[in-house]
Design a binder for this molecule. Structure first.
Ligand code: HEC
Ligand code: HEC
Length: 292
């Protein structure tokens, strides 16, 4: 190599790299595991681990050995479509996890890249999933702060929207929230600390992701909100959310009567007749005089 001039050496280097890339591509089909890994981290890692146990969705270690590539690509593209089409595996998974994985809005090529990446990690199946450590209990102060953050009484540091602009939680102390997204009263039982943390870290739902893309939550805020959701979940049976329906009408009508009584008492010296009653009376009397 030492007798090559630098330009030639560089050219040779590039050609070698190109050849290596071609060979690598030929091995992996056209899929690119590196792009797959990037895209996986963006969305999928919020709900899945590879060899770390269940999060919101199943552990994906070894998934490329338990399912065919064709099934995986179709399933990941639209889990809901697979369930609707009656695919037995998709239905069984849905029954087990009780949540339909959202369509990730990736193209088929991007999904193939992700599957290629999952295939490179299939060895992870050998690793026994370590159960996540038991979640630390939030202190009452943290729970109270989480509640304030949830309903926007305390502003989020990065100015993200309050959770209750889209979500509701059944809790006496909380003003009714939005109905755009799911009621979060029992979400803790279903997703636990790791699941909620994952969702708040990288929201996998387009609407929520858009809301927090520029305004991420701080770790201490996430911890406080998770603490509040755990507390709300635990206490939900004790809550008696106010039923405003007929009560509001009845109490309203009932309240009017004493209110009117009070008005007439306080204002009893008010003029009863029209302002010009006296003038009118005089005129009428005058009229009578003329008539007589
Ligand atoms: C909001 C959480 C969530 C996100 C985000 C998510 N998944 Fe899922 N995933 C689930 C759930 C829950 C299931 C169980 C099946 C069901 O109920 O739809 C599942 C199932 C799967 C399965 C089937 C596993 C098996 O054992 O056969 C694969 C594969 C999968 N997801 C891959 C992905 C990939 C790849 C992404 C990113 C593009 C992703 N998931 C994003 C929640 C999620
Ligand atoms: C702009 C609206 C919006 C805001 C604000 C928002 N979310 Fe969401 N969130 C959603 C949508 C949409 C979903 C998707 C599931 C659904 O349709 O309910 C979701 C899903 C979730 C889920 C998963 C629910 C489940 O049962 O699978 C959790 C947990 C969650 N949000 C927590 C929060 C918390 C905590 C906050 C406040 C820091 C928050 N969200 C703020 C729109 C929002």
């Amino acid at each position: 190599m030492s007798n090559l001039n630098p330009v030639r050496a560089r050219l040779l280097g590039r050609l070698t790299a190109l050849a290596a890339l071609t060979v690598a591509c030929a091995f992996a089909g056209t899929a690119n595991a590196a792009t797959g890994e990037e895209n996986y981290a963006k969305i999928c890692a919020a709900c899945h681990s590879i060899g770390g146990g269940k999060l919101v969705g199943p552990d994906l270690a070894g998934v490329t050995t338990r399912r065919t590539e064709e099934w995986l690509v179709k399933f990941i593209k639209s889990p809901k479509a697979m369930i609707d089409a009656g695919d037995a595996t998709a239905i069984a998974l849905f029954k087990e996890f009780n949540l339909v994985m959202p369509d990730p809005q990736y193209t088929e090529a991007e999904i193939k890249d992700i599957v290629a990446y999952l295939a490179t990690k299939s060895g992870a199946a050998a690793v026994a999933p370590t159960p996540p450590p038991p979640p630390k209990e939030a202190s009452p102060a943290e729970i109270a702060r989480g509640q304030n953050l949830f309903q926007g009484l305390e502003r989020l540091k990065n100015n993200g929207p309050a959770c209750n602009s889209c979500h509701h939680v059944k809790n006496d102390a909380v003003i009714g929230g939005g109905v755009l997204a799911k009621d979060l009263t029992a979400v803790f039982t279903r997703l636990g600390t790791p699941g909620i943390n994952a969702i708040l870290g990288t929201p996998p739902f387009p609407v929520m992701a858009a809301a927090y893309a520029e305004h991420p939550l701080a770790d201490d805020e996430t911890a406080a909100i998770v603490g509040f959701l755990q507390d709300a979940d635990r206490k939900q049976e004790l809550q008696k959310p106010a039923d405003y329906g007929m009560k509001l009408v009845t109490y309203g009508a009932g309240g009017l009567v004493p209110l009117f009584a009070l008005y007439s008492l306080v204002w009893r010296k008010r003029k009863v007749g029209p302002v010009n009653a006296k003038v009118f009376d005089r005129q009428v009397k005058g009229g009578d005089d003329i008539a007589q």
